[in-house]
Design a binder for this molecule. Structure first.
Ligand code: GFB
Length: 311
């Protein structure tokens, strides 16, 4: 990728896309294409075709997706499978037809079987049943992986697939019901602190374990793979830092400075018990995470205060 290459970041307003855009700009890439949803609806095939025919991006980071936490996934299964299948099919197909040199597709750690051995290696894909709370999203992402791999085999298309672990950071969605656990808890603890409340509710039993990665570290991995990796195998990207949800809640409580108690709401789903990626493949390519959870939570809370709470 030279500094003048035409690079399209699909999903540049989202958590991942905005981090990739920031990192590309910092690294001096000058010719970055981005379109927001009003300018280009990626579920509209004709619109995607027109955009690619005109803009002819040389590199595509496919970070556009319908995403959400455990509740959004299980409440809107049709939206999750439909929108993701449409977005990825249109973008991957147009990239191939209009001569994109390389495309990076972002999947998710929920593509792996619910009870996969831990840490989860890339080979475990399609070796067992999925977690029911997000199987619709997972099936769409698995279809995206298979589409990229089949295009590589049949057309020699240079598509690669990266599977991030649970992500968080500046630019996240802080919707109280629809978001992932970190932004949801940051908002809930913050609002409880402001209201002088005595307790905060955390969903589920607190025992599920999750691995969290700060989104800037993920963006570095995306750019590295785009530059140096060109294989069919998918590549896991995780921090190796795994915590129980109860420990995470305690860490968010401290970060926000809430002094009350935590109550676990057992009527809410736990989801998959554990989801720790084996990231040795990306580590052997020279990537490692730079931001630990405590530091990442602090900067995410600062971003929340300046961008969300301030409005
Ligand atoms: O972040 P989260 O929704 O992602 O939930 P998943 C992680 C854990 O945090 C679950 C618990 O055990 C939740 O029950 N949790 C506690 C909460 N309090 C809350 C809260 O207020 N909000 C949320 N959202 N969770 C998603 C998938 O699953 O992971 C997506 O649904 C995607 O498909 C994403 O793959 C990475 O790890 O359970």
């Amino acid at each position: 990728m030279d500094r003048n290459a035409r690079i399209y970041v699909a999903g540049h307003r989202g958590l991942v896309g905005s981090a990739i855009l920031r990192k590309l700009r910092e690294a001096g890439f000058r010719n970055i294409l981005a379109r927001d949803r009003r300018e280009l609806d990626l579920t509209d095939q004709a619109a995607v075709t027109r955009f690619f025919a005109e803009a002819r991006p040389e590199y595509v980071f496919l970070a556009a997706a319908r995403v959400g936490g455990i509740r959004a996934n299980s409440s809107f299964p049709a939206d999750f499978i439909r929108d993701n299948l449409l977005i990825q099919t249109h973008v991957i197909d147009a990239s191939r037809r209009f001569g994109t040199a390389k495309l990076l597709f972002l999947g998710s750690s929920c593509i792996y079987p619910r009870l996969a051995p831990q840490p989860i290696r890339e080979e475990y894909l399609l070796s067992g049943p999925l977690e029911p709370t997000n199987e619709w999203y997972a099936v769409a992402k698995i279809a995206g992986i298979k589409m990229v791999q089949s295009f590589r085999r049949q057309y020699g298309f240079r598509g690669i697939c990266l599977m991030p672990t649970n992500l968080y950071g500046p630019g996240d969605n802080f919707d109280p019901e629809g978001s992932h656990v970190i932004p949801a808890l940051i908002r809930r603890f913050h609002e409880a602190k402001m209201a002088g409340a005595r307790e905060v509710v955390v969903w589920g039993s607190g025992t599920p374990r999750r691995e969290f990665l700060y989104v800037d570290d993920l963006a570095d991995a995306c750019i590295l793979l785009m530059k140096i990796y060109d294989g069919e195998e998918i590549v896991n990207v995780g921090s190796g830092e795994e915590v129980a949800i109860a420990e995470l809640a305690e860490a968010v409580r401290k970060t926000v400075g809430f002094e009350g108690n935590i109550r676990f709401d057992l009527s809410r789903p736990d989801g998959t018990p554990r989801k720790l990626l084996d990231s040795s493949r990306i580590r052997s390519l020279g990537w490692k995470p730079a931001i630990r959870l405590a530091e990442g939570l602090k900067s995410t809370y600062e971003w929340f205060l300046s961008q969300v709470a301030a409005k």
